[in-house]
Design a protein around this ligand. Structure first.
Ligand code: CU
Length: 326
């Protein structure tokens, strides 16, 4: 290559970097993620009997897929609302700091919307559909979690095991918006299931761990209305991080309240083998489905962030008999 051509290429590259703006200011660790989701109006299984629910979802699952990025990353997000749907849908990421009128607006069936944001603050954040009536779109299943890992890897103690738990209310008639306004919920779910992680309930699973492991729970309260009073029966939260931000650290916490639309990161180190039910100590919620049993055993296997999504029904049955909590 001739010297002049080489210089002009370098100048052109420098000019394009300057034009891009972000390219010259982005930190070297930052990545860009292409995240696409589809609004899917379809049935999901919500308990161990195989009970189906006419949900509205992201990607056909309740909750939607877990998104995981690192602080400083850019997310190019696209939502598609297929022509086969009947309702408008939208996407609101609590991890973003962008204009809601432009980006979180509802799109009709047959339309697509795209927007970009930088995940500037680390933590665990809620995402949800914001199409009106939002109370119904969330109650019917259009919610999920985005984890923004701190760019400083030692900002949090190393976790041996991680889970995402999302609490939400179940209304058996998905068309009864008035019941949602009146807070007349029929069940309380973790990760879209009633007693989903309760091994004494037929079809129920569990959350595995080994004694001595640091278990990190990324906890989101999708609501739409009820507060969660998150407590580990038989244990104490080693640390709680409000919104999952390492700067918001609490120590030795028995119970921590997470309001609708909020989230926190909970660390527990289970001292010995046994069962440790994670519950909302607002007991009307726990006894109607929001119990997840953390089972500590030396031979515990590795597990995904969100086990059993979609719900795998082990043995179809007709009745669920919850075991009372203490
Ligand atoms: Cu929606």
């Amino acid at each position: 290559m001739k010297q002049s051509l080489r210089i002009s290429c370098m100048l052109a590259a420098a000019a394009s970097l300057l034009a891009a703006g972000a390219a010259v200011t982005s930190p070297t660790w930052a990545k860009t993620h292409e995240i696409a989701m589809t609004a899917v109006e379809s049935d999901v299984v919500i308990d161990g009997s195989g009970e189906k629910y006419a949900a509205w979802t992201f990607n056909g699952q309740m909750p939607g897929p877990v998104v995981r990025v690192t602080e400083g990353d850019t997310i190019n997000f696209t939502l598609t609302n297929p022509e086969t749907n009947k309702n408008p849908h939208a996407m609101d990421f609590h991890a973003a700091e962008i204009d809601f009128l432009k980006n979180y607006r509802a799109i009709n069936a047959g339309e697509t919307i795209s927007y970009t944001f930088v995940a500037k603050k680390p933590g665990i954040f809620f995402y949800h559909c914001g199409a009106p009536p939002m109370i119904q779109h969330i109650a019917r299943g259009m919610f999920g979690a985005i984890i923004v890992d701190p760019k400083e890897v030692k900002a949090l103690p190393k976790a041996d095991r991680e889970y995402v738990l999302i609490q939400s209310e179940y209304f058996k008639n998905p068309g009864d918006v008035q019941a949602m306004f009146d807070r007349k919920f029929d069940g309380m779910m973790f990760n879209g299931g009633i007693f989903k992680y309760h091994p004494f309930v037929t079809g129920g699973g569990k959350l595995d761990t080994k004694p001595g492991e640091r278990v990190r729970i990324y906890f989101v309260n999708a609501g739409p209305n009820e507060f969660s009073s998150f407590h580990p029966i038989g244990e104490i939260w080693d640390n709680v991080y409000e919104s999952g931000n390492p700067a918001n650290k609490l120590t030795g916490v028995q119970t921590y309240v997470v309001g609708p639309g909020s989230a926190a990161t909970f660390d527990v180190v289970v001292e010995s083998a046994g069962a440790y039910p994670l519950v909302t100590h607002s007991l009307t919620g726990a006894l109607r489905g929001a119990i997840a049993v953390l089972l500590a055993s030396p031979d515990a296997k590795p597990a995904p962030l969100m086990p059993m999504v979609p719900w795998k029904v082990a043995t179809p049955q007709t009745e669920i008999t919850p075991v009372p909590t203490q």
